[in-house]
Design a protein around this ligand. Structure first.
Ligand code: ADP
Length: 471
């Protein structure tokens, strides 16, 4: 079971981040140590060479001041004090004749190359070389140096100490790299876990939501990092989805409700005619009633489809240059007979022209809906006034009436589909006119706002950009 868990862990982002982090950390530490190690090797070698060259200076001074016998004695004594298996001293003539030697029992028969000795006369007067001795496990550093005109000093120094030191260094190096690997792994795992924790929150929330908890949100920790941005974006996407889902639920409820009433009515009339209808006239009446109700239903369904299309942005606007004043005048003329019937005055205050790039037919529909409402919800002898004005960027059209008004509680909902205020229930309508008007305004990149006072009247203001945004 644990093995399975471990194998699954292999594919996680946290694991991969940890491996990367630890890998980079270990490699850079390794690089740093390697440079340090190589520098140490060269420093140790320099120190060894310097030690041998100091000996040469001392012996040269001794030869000059006290003669060859003192040099011979000093060579013996030095070798004994340093350890005869660690160092050897030999004094030779330039032709290779051995003048004196320390105890060479642990160094074997060390031949002297006459070419090397001859080579000393020119240049620096000394030569350093590293040799592998069959009797010794470690290499030996050998100095040949002229200490007098014909006298050569040969010193051999076992490099065992240096090798031991470097071995210790290597062991320490391995221990430290192992510790760094563990440390880097732990730190890497901690950092990676911290980094992906936010992603896990998002995943967990998404899982809960897919199980049905649409109200769940990702906790946002104010860290200001990418994960916070992801959480905030994810939450606002969820808000939007939730609003849409609630809207759709409400709309389905409303549709079911609004279709139920007329269908029940049609069915009732049909049933009644079937059971009590006697003459052909009764059946004609039923057919006419059915057609009328069906037309109403079809009109409602068409309007709903128009709203959905406009809201979803799939509607293709037929954009052209339009004079909004002309559209308003035509709408006023269209509604004049209804206004006259109710004794309502339609007043318009318009500039001579007001050009805009828009879909003329949809503008007509939007303005007609607002005018229709204004006339519908205004008592006899009232006034409906419509005005238009604009600047370089946008045009404002206001439709004002002295009608029944809208209460403060209803005002925020009047643009919702199927919403009807209690005050206006006596008037015909299904509650889709304002939703459609707003959807058309928004499809043009504009908006509609409403202000109202119960018993005094309402004002609807349409704002439209001179040219729609994306068409
Ligand atoms: P309806 O078909 O009911 O008129 P609308 O979507 O056009 O549907 O309007 C929604 C509701 O807003 C109306 O039922 C009405 O209560 C209210 N309303 C709209 N315009 C006015 C207005 N000018 N005066 C008063 N109430 C209004």
């Amino acid at each position: 079971m644990y093995l399975g868990k471990l194998l699954r862990l292999r594919h996680t982002l946290a694991f991969r981040l940890t491996v990367w982090y630890a890998g980079i950390f270990i490699l850079s530490s390794f690089g740093g140590f390697l440079v340090f190690y190589l520098m140490n090797i060269s420093l140790i070698q320099e120190a060894t060479d310097q030690e041998l060259l100091n000996e040469r200076t001392e012996f040269a001074t001794l030869l000059k001041s006290q003669g060859i016998d003192a040099v011979k004695t000093a060579a013996q004594l030095e070798a004994e004090s340093e350890g005869v298996d660690r160092m050897f001293y030999r004094v030779l003539t330039l032709s290779g004749k051995l003048l004196c030697t320390s105890d060479m029992s642990s160094w074997g028969n060390l031949a002297v190359d006459s070419a090397t000795l001859q080579g000393l006369s020119g240049g620096t007067g000394y030569l350093l070389e590293t040799m592998a001795m069959p009797e010794h496990q470690y290499d030996t550093r050998i100095l040949y140096a002229l200490i007098g005109p014909e006298t050569v000093l040969q010193i051999g120094l076992s490099l065992e100490e240096n090798a031991q030191f470097l071995k210790k260094f290597q062991r320490l190096f391995i221990v430290i790299i192992a510790a760094i690997a563990v440390f880097a792994g732990l730190i890497g795992w901690f950092l990676a876990r911290r980094a992906v924790l936010g992603v896990e929150d998002v995943t967990r929330t998404a899982r809960h939501i897919s199980e049905g908890a649409l109200e769940k949100r990702v906790p946002v920790k104010s860290r200001g990092d990418e994960i916070e941005q992801l959480a905030t974006t994810f939450n606002s996407m969820l808000d939007r989805i939730q609003t849409l889902v609630i809207g759709m639920r409400e709309m389905t409820d409303n549709i079911a409700h609004d279709l139920k009433t007329p269908i029940t009515r049609v069915r009732g009339v049909a049933e009644m005619t079937l059971t009590t209808g006697k003459s052909i006239e009764d059946y004609r009446g039923m057919a006419a009633n059915t057609i009328e109700e069906c037309d109403r239903l079809l009109q409602m369904i068409r309007t709903m489809l128009d709203i959905s299309e406009a809201e979803a942005g799939v509607v293709k606007l037929d954009i052209e240059e339009t004079d909004i004043c002309q559209v308003i005048c035509e709408a006023c003329e269209l509604f004049e007979p209804i206004a006259e019937d109710k004794g309502i005055d339609i007043v318009h205050r318009l500039p001579p022209t007001c050009l805009i790039r828009a879909d003329t037919q949809r503008l007509q529909r939007m303005i007609a809906n607002l005018l229709d409402n204004a006339l519908k919800y205004t008592e006899r002898e009232g006034t409906v006034s419509i005005a238009a004005n604009g600047d370089r960027h946008q045009i404002l059209i206001s439709v004002h009436d002295t009608g029944i008004g809208i209460s403060k509680d209803d005002l925020p909902h009047i643009f919702d589909r199927f919403y009807r205020c209690d005050l206006s229930r006596s008037e015909p309508g299904v509650g889709l006119g304002l939703s459609l008007a707003l959807a058309i305004a928004r499809a043009h990149g504009g908006n509609i706002t409403a202000e109202s006072c119960v018993g005094k009247g309402s004002t609807f203001t349409i704002s439209l950009p001179r040219a729609p945004l994306s068409h």
